[in-house]
Structures are given as C-alpha cells and as structure tokens.
Design a protein around this ligand. Sequence first.
Ligand code: CA
Length: 227
Amino acid sequence: MRVLIVEDERKISAYVKRGLEEAGYAVDAAYTGKEALDWAEAAPYDVIVLDILLPEIDGLSVCRELRRKKNRTPVLMLTARDSIDDRVAGLDAGADDYLVKPFAIKELLARLRALSRRAGDVPKSPIMEFADLTLDTSTRQVKRQGRTIELAAKEYAVLECLMREPERVLTRTLIAEHVWNYDTFNQSNVVDVYIRNLRRKIDDGFDVKLLHTVRGAGYRLSLHETD
Ligand code: CA
C-alpha cells in the first residue's frame, strides 16, 4: 500500500510518515497543494491523506481538482477542528473520510485500512483469502493451512498487493509502485528479491505452489502452474 501524505507542518508530516512506514506502508510526502496534484498524477496511490490548511492551494481545492480529473483515489481529509462545516466541506469536495487533529497513528491506520477496503476490488472483510492462505490486514498476520508465517514488512506489503488481485499477472513495476515510495525504489531487481523470500516462506514445504513467475511479464498468485 502506497500513501501520499499532504501536510505543510513538517513535524506532523514526519510523524505520520514514520508511523505509516513502521506499519509497512510506502509513503511519499507533499508539502503544498501544488506538489500534491503533481505527485497524485505521477504515482498510483492507494490512499491520499490530505490536510485542509495548505499553502498555495488548500486541501479542499486539491480534492475537488483530483475528482475533476477523474482521480478516484480514496482521500482522507485532516481537519484542525471537529466542526460540522469542515466535515461537510470535505465530503462535498469529494473526500471519503476525515480525521480530526491531533490523532493517534493507530486511529489513522484503522481509517486507512477501512478506506482501502472500500476502494473497490478488495473484499469488505479485513481478512483476505486465497486458497489456504490468509492475510489479516488488521493484525497483519499471515497463515497458511492455519500455520502462522512470519513476514518482514515489505514482504507483507508485496503479498498484500498480490492478494488484492489473485490470478492476475502483476508486473514488477506495478508491484514496486504500490510497495516502495519514490525515494527508495530505484533498483529493478528489488521486487525479485522480495518475491524470492516470499515464495520460500509461503510455498516451501507445501505441495501446491501459490506464487508463480510469468516469464517476461511478472508474478501472480494462482492455483495453476504457469508454463
Ligand atoms: Ca497544514
């Protein structure tokens, strides 16, 4: 999951970025409304966390502009006070949810999980399933045949990405764009390295292999062997 955080107060931005990264998210930070629109066009975010008070272009205008451009990425609006007017303005501008500052990272994480579930092709339940493999997005626990599998944060993020669209071939670029942020993703083989580790952890010792390489295309979760 890749998140864009738009907040001009550096302290709050850094606090949110750190909290989300610790939870395994890839995070880019924009500090003005203009930057937010540029970033949103350049990368496929899973969620945008957007403060209302921003220099140049305020958050409400950013949100309206995104929707005008048919960008449907879920937007979580940050408001300075819990006033009905702010909330209504945010929702009217096309935001999907809002959070009042100050907030705990734990609450932000819960809102992001709910938003990404609402986003369409993801099941409503916090538990994602494929064959005998389950991934609980609320506890970040992964199990196969009931056995817990320990994954590093980025391995988990790659698996979550694959589990959102089982049977579909995902290219390295697509996986990378949802798992790494702009600063850290620069090696083309990084995805292969994580896939290798992931495969060892979820497939070794099981008769049916789930994670397949599709030569020249990418990777997919499937119950069928890829030729
Ligand atoms: Ca602000």
